[in-house]
Design a protein around this ligand. Structure first.
Ligand SMILES: Nc1ncnc2c1ncn2[C@@H]1O[C@H](COP(=O)(O)OP(=O)(O)OP(=O)(O)O)[C@@H](O)[C@H]1O
Ligand SMILES: [Mg+2]
Length: 533
């Protein structure tokens, strides 16, 4: 968020807001200024004119009171629209790049945007209104006596210098609080996703400890942030108080020396307080805004658009040579060389932890191998890198969305609706759908879990079926489906001319025999502290 994109959200409204607050400041200044005439007429005993000025003053004050809520309302509307744009830019960014945790996204879209609203957007309007009032107040003081403005200028320099002491501390404390909030959300995500398991084993103590630790750290960071903010406000307030009292004393001196009238003295006090309060507010607002510098940089980086992922090239076969994967903890897995040609049906087997899912990550371009090469082949025989290849893929854990079963299968592509019937038949989902009153239009309830494990897998299989990619990677895609349906589903897949690489543990020997060949991974994992030359 920046002032520029806040303004550009709706330029017409932006200008209107500036004008409204300009009117607010003019009316506020006028209301104070006119009071001078009322006081001067009062001292002269001119009662009628005194009442006249009071009535005028009252009308101007009413106008002031009305413009403020209107301006504030429009400004909030502008801020909310700007936030809405930022949210969609951030979501697009997360969509186009990987490697983020859900809690991190929640923190950015929730807490961090709220901090930006409170500590960056709102202060802008404080700055604008106070600056205007300040300028008008200074202008008026000049018309009263030049020495008044000289005095105010000297006091103002002192008021302006004081807050610099706290700026860095404030920025660091805001960033630290944001970080602790992210950690807290991460812990909530990690532990609450397994809440029912914790309940089953009465492990509430561990949950308390996990959340308690991070909650305490977050509380401490927030307390510290408020403390630093408080000290900063006190320092600024001190300068403000000294300035106000000083100028009242100084203008009193001018009055007793018959340089200004009583009415002038009265309004000098008011204008001095407008100036110093205004300065105070502007400085507080600026300090508050500076405290969001790191956060704004973070959000600005997230709203920068990155190139959308291109759809990729359809591929039919793959070759892997000399492939070795190394994780950050140093653990490495070596793979045998293999070639899968167009139409091959290959079963990838091996004990748990031998690296089957890891191999898929490499083929999908999500994991870069330490050595070796992987290339896919396109229709015309050209070599395609994993990043550019377009594959059908079913992960070990089926991912569903809180939408209808139909939309979960078509993935919101209305052009595929006509193929739904055939797809659900091929994956043996028809008898399952019959159990739901809304059949294929049943909404998947991710919280209550209205679909069984096998049904979820069938929905994801139907998704792969309907999207009809010629090369399919299936990671234990039928592990929760009964053996009869499994052999039907796999039988259907084996009957197609698709290229198939499938990980499965518990296939019957008859089913295994239907594949062209098997790649069997043996444990050759090397731990990080071993020399793996
Ligand atoms: N991010 C990671 N960091 C470190 N090691 C990892 C990571 N992901 C997986 N591993 C390790 O790599 C090995 C292979 O994991 P992988 O998930 O590929 O096994 P798998 O053959 O698919 O097993 P399963 O049949 O149980 O699904 C395991 O020993 C695992 O501990
Ligand atoms: Mg696996």
């Amino acid at each position: 968020m920046s002032l520029k994109n806040l303004f550009k959200t709706n330029i017409f409204r932006g200008i209107f807001i500036l004008i409204i607050f300009l009117c607010y400041s003019i009316c506020g200044t006028l209301a104070t200024y006119l009071f001078k005439y009322a006081i001067n007429d009062l001292t002269k005993g001119n009662w009628d004119r005194f009442v006249f000025w009071l009535v005028i003053d009252f009308i101007v004050s009413i106008f002031t009171v009305l413009t403020l809520p209107l301006g504030t309302f429009l400004f909030n509307k502008q801020v909310q629209e700007c936030l809405h744009n930022i949210r969609s830019q951030i979501m697009r960014r997360y969509y186009n790049s990987g490697g983020y945790k859900v809690s991190e996204i929640q923190n950015e879209l929730g807490n961090n945007l709220k901090v930006l609203t409170d500590d960056y957007a709102t202060p802008w309007i404080q700055i604008w209104t106070n600056l205007l009032s300040l300028i008008f107040a200074i202008g008026t003081l000049i018309t009263l006596h030049w020495s008044l403005i000289l005095f105010v200028a000297v006091a103002a320099i002192i008021v302006l210098t004081l807050p610099k002491i706290m700026t860095k501390k404030l920025s660091n404390s805001t960033a630290a609080a944001a970080k602790k909030n992210a950690q807290f959300l991460n812990t909530i995500e990690n532990w609450f996703s397994g809440l029912s398991e914790l309940r089953r084993y009465s492990a509430s103590g561990r949950l308390d400890r996990a959340l308690g630790q991070d909650s305490r750290k977050l509380a401490e960071a927030n307390v510290y942030r408020k403390k630093v903010q408080g000290i900063s406000i006190s320092i600024n307030g001190l300068g403000n108080a000294i300035g106000q009292i000083g100028s009242s004393l100084f203008s009193g001196l001018l009055f007793f020396n018959h340089i200004i009238t009583l009415g002038d003295w009265f309004i000098t006090g008011s204008f001095a307080s407008t100036i110093f309060n205004g300065l105070w507010e502007v400085i507080n607002a600026m300090t508050q805004m500076r405290s969001t510098k790191k956060l704004r940089q973070e959000i600005a980086d997230l709203t920068k658009s990155i190139p959308e992922k291109k759809p990729g090239t359809v591929v039919y076969g793959v070759e892997c040579h000399n492939l070795k994967v190394q994780y950050q903890n140093g653990e490495s897995i070596s793979y045998p060389d293999f070639t899968i040609n167009k139409g091959d049906k290959v079963l990838l087997s091996g004990d748990s932890g031998t690296g089957k899912s890891t191999l898929f990550k490499v083929l999908l371009g999500q994991l870069k191998p330490k050595t070796g090469e992987v290339y896919f082949t396109a229709q015309d025989g050209t070599k395609i890198s994993p990043q550019q290849a377009r594959l059908g893929y079913i992960a070990q854990d089926a991912t569903l969305f809180p939408d209808t079963i139909a939309n979960n299968i078509t993935m919101f592509n209305s052009k595929l609706v006509s193929k739904l019937k055939e797809a659900v038949q091929k994956v043996q989902l028809v008898p399952d759908l019959a159990k739901f009153p809304n059949q294929i239009n049943t909404t998947v309830d991710l919280d209550q879990g209205n679909l069984s494990g096998g049904q979820r897998q069938k929905v994801v299989l139907a998704r792969a079926e309907i999207h009809d990619e010629p090369f399919l990677l299936l990671d234990e895609a039928t592990s929760a489906v009964d053996s009869k349906s499994t052999s039907e589903i796999i039988g259907n897949l084996l009957d197609t001319d698709k290229t198939l690489l499938m990980i499965a543990h518990n296939f019957s020997p008859e089913l295994k025999d239907k594949f062209d060949y098997q790649i069997n991974l043996k444990s050759n994992k090397k731990s990080g502290n071993q020399n793996d030359n």
